[in-house]
Design a protein around this ligand. Structure first.
Ligand code: GDP
Ligand code: CA
Length: 321
């Protein structure tokens, strides 16, 4: 079975671990979000690709959900001693090595997709990990600023999320560069050849939404022969983790499992899973033309996550029949 998953960072990576456990023999291609990428200290950092790679490769800091296990911060301390920031982005020593290798290969002329493949040679995530694009796409967030043009100012997504902790309202989300970006080699081919396409419980706006913003990807998913099934990242009207509600508000979508399904729409989604606490929302999703079921959606451990993945695959089979 060929499965394609459009993934962000933590939610995507944890789901993938469960999916691999549910169907160990499946051929899984992950199309990763690169809109969160940021250049720091002259290095190219790809937080979502690395979260997937470290999680599936056994190098993740489990409790935190991102970054390396057993991390130390000597480089960060030394940079701070020079007064060189930003200090709000936590890069550990082990993690630095990944960004150095990536940046070195990119400077030598390799596209991000080839670099990601090379990094995965070490981590062996057991999936084919493709960046959504080899071209630079950077998600920016418009926030209020009386001194900014039109009373607004654009900040990099990481500055909004990590430094500002999404405490101020997001007025708009702009995937800068997306319009000119091309899907990375293999992305459209994988979607066309898929037996099932899954949207994990990743952020619908700044993770899955950004991948879909790369010209050709949304059309390929909508036109794919394979059923498309998603799992809600919103449980009980709030994100399970993180601040997805802030970016959903910026695109005018309520933070409910049903509203997220309708935001994707029946032209993309064939099936949608909501958590059992949101069972009353299945009717509204079904009315929108998306087959919907309520099952437990908390990724408390690999077994629970594997059951979620199995439910998603079962729903896909039902849609196909
Ligand atoms: P990020 O790039 O690290 O923010 O990760 P993703 O975009 O892949 O996923 C973030 C989303 O995962 C958030 O909106 C969370 O609500 C969601 N999430 C995290 N843990 C769980 C869980 O156990 N169950 C569900 N249903 N969603 C979760
Ligand atoms: Ca992310």
């Amino acid at each position: 079975m060929r499965i394609v998953v459009l993934a962000g960072g933590i939610g995507g990576a944890r789901f993938l671990r469960g999916l691999k456990s549910a169907v160990p023999d499946a051929d899984i291609t992950v199309i990763g979000n690169t809109g969160d990428d940021i250049h720091l200290f002259g290095l190219k950092v790809c937080p979502d690709l690395d979260t997937v790679m470290y999680t599936l490769g056994g190098g993740i800091h489990e409790e935190q959900g991102w970054g390396r296990a057993g991390e130390t911060f000597a480089v960060k301390e030394e940079l701070a001693a020079y007064g060189v920031g930003p200090e709000w982005f936590g890069l550990g020593d082990r993690d630095f090595a990944t960004h150095i290798v990536r940046t070195q290969m990119i400077s030598a002329g390799y596209p991000l997709s080839a670099v990601t493949e090379a990094l995965c040679d070490r981590w062996k995530p057991g999936v084919r990990l493709l960046p959504m694009s080899d071209d630079r796409v950077e998600t920016h967030v418009l926030i209020d600023d009386p001194e900014g043009e039109g009373g607004r100012r654009a900040v990099h997504f990481q500055e909004y999320w990590v430094r500002l902790r999404a405490r101020v309202p997001a007025r708009a989300i702009v995937p800068v560069g997306a319009e000119q970006a091309k899907p990375a080699p293999g992305v459209l081919e994988a979607i066309a050849a898929a037996d099932v396409i899954l949207f994990p419980p990743s952020n619908p706006v700044v993770s899955v939404g950004t991948i879909l913003a790369v010209p050709g990807v949304r059309e390929a998913v909508a036109g794919a022969a394979a059923p498309v099934v998603g799992l809600s990242p919103i449980v009980g009207d709030a994100p399970v983790r993180g601040m997805a509600d802030k970016v959903l508000a910026a695109v005018g979508v309520e933070s409910t499992a049903g509203a997220v399904a309708r935001h994707y729409g029946a032209d993309l989604l064939d099936g949608w899973l909501v958590d059992t606490v949101d069972a009353e929302q299945t009717a509204g999703v079904t009315a929108a033309g998306i087959r919907c079921r309520a099952v437990p959606l908390m990724m408390t451990d690999t077994e629970a996550t594997a059951r979620m993945a199995a439910e998603a695959l079962a729903l896909a089979e039902e849609v196909r029949a």
